[in-house]
Design a protein around this ligand. Structure first.
Ligand code: HEC
Length: 154
């Protein structure tokens, strides 16, 4: 077999990957890290809000805390896309601006996706320990979301 360093296509691919990698590390954090410092009213309950924050806010708020693996090229593309499209469908940072019906709708949908296990997305849960919920956390989140929903619908 030929020495790998004499193989031009392989070298070209490696060089390409290196450029994407460095580019990803340099450009991505700046473009996706946004802070949200404004005080927010209670969303679900004081007990479950920190759980929603830890488990859902990476993709559904302006308060993105990217784990290390999102800096890997391609992974960053996929997760970056999940975050931006997740935020399009639901952004908890805008909570104060939602009316009663919109809040009820958001909580109802959140409850559905937690119960059917589609959120957080499986790949993200697999890669990111903090986005996995324990059974107790699942119970608190669904219990309080149900209560909040009932209140909003009164
Ligand atoms: C890794 C990013 C990520 C995390 C973490 C995440 N989501 Fe999502 N979420 C998405 C994406 C992407 C979509 C849009 C999916 C689509 O439209 O198919 C979405 C869509 C949704 C929707 C809208 C679904 C619909 O039917 O319109 C709800 C509600 C939702 N997520 C709730 C949550 C809740 C609650 C959590 C935490 C338990 C959570 N998500 C965690 C990425 C994420």
């Amino acid at each position: 077999m030929k020495n790998i360093l004499e193989n031009k296509p392989v070298l070209a691919v490696l060089a390409g990957l290196a450029v994407v990698w460095v580019g990803g590390i340099v450009l991505l954090p700046a473009s996706v890290h946004t802070a949200d410092e404004s005080p927010r009213e209670i969303i679900i309950s004081s007990e479950s809000d920190p759980l929603f924050e830890r488990i859902c806010f990476d993709c559904h708020s302006n308060q993105v805390d990217y784990p290390w693996f999102t800096r890997i090229p391609l992974v960053s593309l996929v997760v970056g896309h999940q975050v931006s499209s997740g935020r399009d469908s639901l952004n908890f940072s805008n909570w104060n601006e939602l009316d009663r019906d919109e809040k009820a709708g958001s909580i109802e949908h959140s409850l559905e996706v937690i119960l059917d296990g589609t959120m957080p997305p499986l790949a993200f849960r697999f890669l990111n320990k903090k986005s996995r919920m324990t059974f107790d956390e699942f119970t608190i989140m669904t219990r309080d979301a149900n209560r909040a929903l009932e209140k909003l619908k009164q």
